[in-house]
Ligand binder design. Structure first.
Ligand SMILES: NC(=O)C1=CN([C@@H]2O[C@H](COP(=O)(O)OP(=O)(O)OC[C@H]3O[C@@H](n4cnc5c(N)ncnc54)[C@H](O)[C@@H]3O)[C@@H](O)[C@H]2O)[C@@H](O)CC1
Ligand SMILES: [K+]
Length: 480
């Protein structure tokens, strides 16, 4: 089962793996033709009702595979209004091949004749609202005909995610006999009174298994948003290590958070402030965080969307008790890294956590690891389920799981074993967790952190430092 949103991500990931959408369209069209062959013998009359999006494009391709049939393409709208390059190219290919095609701009001119099969390729997953003309009339004609109606991907006027009409209940939608949908079952199709075929269109499994550029889609900011709506992050850490909270905070800013605050021992505060004037720093008494600071930090945490707990905290008893008690008292969202990780299994917390251990820290938390990648992924998944939190286990290939889904990340390079890159990752995931769910925040965070590291390695080779990463995050996060 795959949602429309996830499908769009996987499609973009496939393109990044070298399988562009035009190729997928070719496979989709081929699958549609296969479905037609399954319901009608050669020579049968086939009317292909095509919209101006990629759903219509699938049927332009299908027409090329139906040479043995009496097939006619009906384009609903003007050729100039075809929305995408790949659909337009396939439309042009019909003309060049002299395959019968007509354009319908006025619904009054639409006549289907008496076809044996109607292919509904008017609207797919890009439909919004009630069917407009001429699609509206075309849907009525299709429903009123004696033909077998084969819908491409989803019946036009139906929402693939819900199975409900995209318009009001009184608005028409295509009442399909069969649906040929692509790659995977869609959540809404099961409820329909139609036979559903899932066609493999050649999307590699890796497009779902690995994080890719598609996972970044729809993370963009709403242009009307106000200060604070894109996330406020509190970084809690510092003590024996003074640079770590700065790195995490800087990364959170560069990963898109609007406001980043740092709560750290006062001995660390000046250094953090010196690192960036963009940070709001709260120095707490002493040179280590401990149980005495829990109440104050909890208060500060309440004013933020996400807490990043752990960078530079240290592993003395006081710091450990601090992490445990803070987690017990906190019920928001947090990214937990470094020395705070050991507190997670001990703490009885209602918080929603993303834990970012490397293999050693994973073992320290009570988790297991394996050298076989599949086995390792399965172990991470079951440990995440036991913990009830999302895990991002760092390695040559990062493994992300919320206890249910698993995603792997391949970006990054050996140069990133230098100290501090984990702090950058934690900060980036923190910023992302303010605008999306923890699992996606972890997956995307790992991906863009790795890309930033790859860009830094290109500039500095083996000399790359963690401080080179944060400013490279925005470029890594561009989703086009
Ligand atoms: N991986 C994928 O996602 C793939 C998708 N493919 C096809 O692409 C389809 C999605 O393509 P698009 O995103 O272009 O979307 P559609 O083909 O559904 O078309 C959307 C366009 O239709 C028009 N429209 C929207 N709502 C309307 C309404 N209520 N009445 C009349 N016109 C309306 C708008 O101009 C909009 O741009 C899928 O359903 C599938 O058939 C395949 O080609 C291959 C792979
Ligand atoms: K359709």
């Amino acid at each position: 089962m795959i949602s429309t949103e996830r499908m769009a991500a996987v499609d973009a990931n496939a393109a990044a793996l070298g399988v562009p959408r035009k190729q997928l369209m070719e496979s989709s069209g081929n699958a549609v033709a296969r479905e037609v062959r399954a319901v009608a013998d050669p020579g049968a009359e086939v009317a292909l009702l095509c919209g101006r999006g990629n759903n219509g494009g699938d049927a332009f391709v299908a027409a090329r595979f139906l040479a043995a049939y009496d097939a006619t393409v009906h384009l609903l709208g003007r050729p100039e209004s075809i929305r995408t390059d790949i659909a337009r190219e396939n439309w042009a290919a019909l003309g060049a091949a002299e395959i019968p095609a007509e354009t319908v701009t006025d619904s009054a001119d639409l006549s289907l004749g008496d076809p044996d099969v109607v292919v509904d390729a008017m609207l797919g997953t890009g439909a919004t609202g009630a069917l407009r003309e001429p699609e509206r009339t075309a849907a009525r004609l299709a429903n009123g005909s004696d033909a077998t109606v084969v819908a491409v991907d989803v019946p036009s006027g139906i929402d693939a995610d819900t199975g409900e009409p995209t318009g009001a209940e009184s608005d028409p939608f295509v009442d399909a006999d069969r649906v040929v949908t692509f790659h995977d079952e869609k959540p809404g199709l099961g409820a329909l009174d139609a036979a559903v075929t899932v066609a493999d269109i050649g999307i590699p499994a890796a497009a779902e298994r690995f994080v890719g550029p598609g996972d970044l889609l729809a993370l963009g900011r709403d242009p009307d948003s106000h200060k604070g709506e894109n996330g406020e992050v509190l970084v809690v850490g510092g003590g024996p290590y003074t640079g770590a909270p700065s790195l995490a905070a800087r990364a959170a800013l560069r990963a898109g958070a609007d406001l980043v605050r740092v709560a750290c021992p006062e001995t660390v505060a000046r250094e953090v402030q010196g690192y960036s004037a963009d940070l709001i720093v709260r120095g707490l008494p002493g040179d280590r965080l401990g149980p005495a600071h829990v109440d104050r930090v909890r208060e500060l945490a309440a004013a933020n969307d996400v807490v990043v707990l752990g960078p530079g905290l240290g592993d003395d008893d006081g710091a450990r008790a601090f992490a445990r008690e803070l987690l017990a008292a906190y019920d928001g969202r947090a990214v937990v890294d470094a020395d705070a990780l050991r507190a997670v299994p001990e703490a009885d917390t209602d918080a929603e956590l993303v834990c970012t251990p490397h293999q050693g820290e994973l073992v320290g938390m009570g988790g297991e690891t394996a050298s076989d990648p599949d086995e390792r992924a399965a172990l991470v998944r079951s440990f995440a389920a036991d913990l009830g939190h999302t895990l991002l286990v760092k390695g040559a290939v990062d493994v992300v799981s919320d206890g249910d889904a698993v995603r792997l990340n391949r970006t990054g390079n050996p140069g990133m074993t230098v100290g501090g890159t984990g702090d950058v990752l934690a900060g980036a995931v923190g910023a992302l967790a303010a605008v999306t769910d923890p699992f996606r925040a972890a997956a995307v965070g790992a991906h863009v952190n790795g890309l930033a590291g790859d860009a830094a390695a290109e500039a500095f080779g083996n000399g790359l430092a963690a401080t080179d990463l944060p400013d490279r995050l925005p470029e890594a996060m561009r989703d086009e």
